[in-house]
Ligand binder design. Structure first.
Ligand SMILES: O=P(O)(O)OC[C@H]1O[C@H](O[C@H]2O[C@H](CO)[C@@H](O)[C@H](O)[C@H]2O)[C@H](O)[C@@H](O)[C@@H]1O
Ligand code: UDP
Length: 463
């Protein structure tokens, strides 16, 4: 068995002293790398002014090599902030209104992918299997193939794939679709994303399905499949149980007094539906006077991509909205919304999820949404809380026993909050049991194993 080579924009290099803070994806991919030995390559997160970046920096940890490259300021501006986060991200999240096309940014995106390929290719041995992650690096396989690489190369898209009518508004859509055809396996989070992808191929006669999950396009045959990413379910459930003893979690519990906790946890991102959610919470409180003074809505929202204008604008918008609702509804002894605009460690989050009677996860569009899965895993089996989940999160394809809502329907979400808070114990337990069984069976390790098995079994590209 050849080594595994993982490529992603961000690389979670483990800190000294272990991976206590690492998320499930990092843990699962690290375990797969440890099994077969290999390389994890990506951006160091650092810039090198406008100078030619330094050579790749290597960090060896056991049989894993972390290979990190700096980028220039222009690279980061054009590739990461410009094209990845102001074109691909909004388009894939159905926000045509927010996409800012620029020829310079598009060129920068393809240039940085070529640069990644040139840095990576010399490290790859003929029987290595390469697994590329996410929208930042779609053209990487085409660049590697152009350099003569014949290895198996797989791609997994963590975010949604939109329908043809949405994707085709992007001037460079054909190049993006063509780039995917250079992979041996292209993985999506849900059946809807895969259907949308197939629809894009069909719409302009670019390609078609040839059976057994394979597509023919641009003279190449490749496989497409769905691989819903999971979490480390059993480990996370364990953290949550133990976290009750954590000082911060204990203080949070005491501060609630006898109020029911409603919890939301999201990066500050317009795709997460945070403003609609605050509106829904306000509507719920106004429509249910009996709950006034007896609920606390904790919204944990770390800053994200703050140098991208749309994200910067959201920062003050959400803070002002939370302040306005607190001003309008709060009383001298009750603050309805606790808005935390910074990151909280995973162990504490696990304990807070477990305190939450309602997990409010209402993105307008989301590839998967691991928070939804973590909330379920963290619950006390004897007295589980209720997940209120957007039907537009990838997680909704699996977690059908959540209270599924349309986040654009403010009144509907408000009603779901009320229903969740009054749901009888037996119904909560039944719903939770079905969801936790699903999450235990389809955890992040099985996601990783199944993707790699399918990639290894797929025929190698012959171009
Ligand atoms: O690296 P950033 O620009 O700071 O963004 C953070 C990550 O956000 C996205 O996450 C997605 O992947 C999750 C796991 O599959 C999925 O549950 C979620 O729905 C997606 O939004 C992005 O795709 C990552 O590449 C970023 O690192
Ligand atoms: O303060 C925070 C907020 C979020 N997260 C983690 O960040 C991830 C968010 O993943 P998700 O798929 O929900 O959304 P993304 O941010 O990747 O779009 C989850 O594992 C959360 O536990 C965290 O560790 N601390």
């Amino acid at each position: 068995m050849g080594r595994l080579v993982i490529v992603s924009n961000r690389v979670p290099v483990p800190e000294k002293g272990g991976a206590a803070g690492a998320g499930g994806l990092a843990v699962a991919l690290k375990a797969a790398l440890e099994d077969r030995g290999g390389i994890w390559m990506g951006w160091s997160g650092k810039t090198s002014g406008e100078d030619e970046p330094q050579p790749l920096s290597h960090q060896q940890q056991g049989n894993i090599t972390y290979a990190l490259t700096d980028l220039t300021d222009t690279d980061v501006e054009e590739y990461y902030r410009g094209f990845a986060n102001r074109v691909l991200w909004p388009i894939c999240h159905y926000r045509l209104d927010l996409a800012e096309y620029g020829r310079k940014e598009m060129a920068g995106y393809f240039r940085v992918n070529r640069f990644f390929a040139h840095r990576l290719a010399p490290l790859i041995k003929p029987d290595d299997v390469v697994w590329v992650h996410d929208y930042h690096l779609i053209p990487l396989a085409a660049e590697l193939r152009a350099m003569g690489l014949k290895n198996r190369i797989g791609f997994f898209l963590h975010i949604p794939w939109p329908p043809a009518d949405v994707l085709f508004t992007m001037p460079v859509h054909e190049e993006i679709v063509r780039s995917l055809s250079y992979y041996d396996l292209v993985g999506f989070q849900t059946d809807h994303d895969l259907e949308n992808f197939a629809g894009c191929l069909r719409r302009e006669g670019i390609g078609y399905e040839v059976g057994q999950g394979r597509f023919s396009a641009y003279g190449r045959i490749f496989k497409g499949g769905t691989y819903a990413i999971g979490i480390e379910t059993a480990a996370f459930a364990n953290f949550a149980k133990k976290a009750s003893a954590n000082k911060t979690v204990r203080r949070a519990r005491e501060s609630l007094q006898d109020r029911s906790l409603i919890i939301g946890v999201d990066r500050l991102d317009y795709s997460k539906g945070i403003t609609q959610r605050i509106d829904a919470f306000e509507r719920f409180v106004l429509a249910n006077p009996a709950h006034q003074g007896h609920v606390t809505y904790l919204q944990i929202t770390p800053k994200s991509r703050s140098e991208v204008p749309e994200y910067e604008a959201m920062q003050s918008m959400v803070a002002e909205q939370a302040g306005r609702v607190n001003g309008a509804l709060g009383t001298v002894d009750w603050v309805p919304i606790r808005y935390v605009n910074r990151s909280v460690g995973r162990h504490i989050l696990a304990g807070l999820y477990r305190l939450g009677k309602v997990g409010l996860v209402t993105p307008l569009r989301d590839g998967m949404n691991l928070v939804a899965k973590e909330y379920v895993a963290a619950q006390d089996p004897e007295d589980p809380g209720v997940l209120v989940l957007s039907r537009f999160a990838g997680a909704a394809r699996e977690l059908k026993q959540a209270l599924l809502v349309n986040p654009y329907d403010i009144e509907g979400t408000a009603n779901a909050i009320a229903r969740a808070l009054s749901m009888p114990l037996e119904e909560r337990q039944e719903r939770w049991k079905t969801m936790i069984d699903q999450l235990l069976e389809h955890d992040v390790s099985s996601w990783c194993r199944v993707f790699l098995e399918d990639l290894t079994a797929s025929p190698v590209q012959t171009c």
